[in-house]
Design a protein. Structure first.
Length: 68
């Protein structure tokens, strides 16, 4: 199922499909530069600390990359 919308609310990031159904919920970062960095139809990128994590539509971590 494709990602249609991603919304950051407080400490969590909610991932939705085209019909508005929640696909998954991910933990957001807590620092000033942390949190949702972007998304595509198949991935969500979140910065936490010195790393950017990439997740699929089911909330499975795909990669972890240095944000430096």
């Amino acid at each position: 199922m494709a990602i249609a919308n991603v919304v950051e609310r407080g400490a969590f990031i909610y991932v939705y499909d085209a019909s508005g159904t929640t696909l998954c919920m991910l933990q957001s970062g807590s620092g000033p530069n942390e949190g949702l960095k972007g998304y595509t139809s198949s991935t969500v990128n979140i910065r936490r600390g010195a790393f950017i994590f990439t997740y699929d539509e089911k909330g499975r971590q795909l990669t972890m990359t240095s944000a430096q």
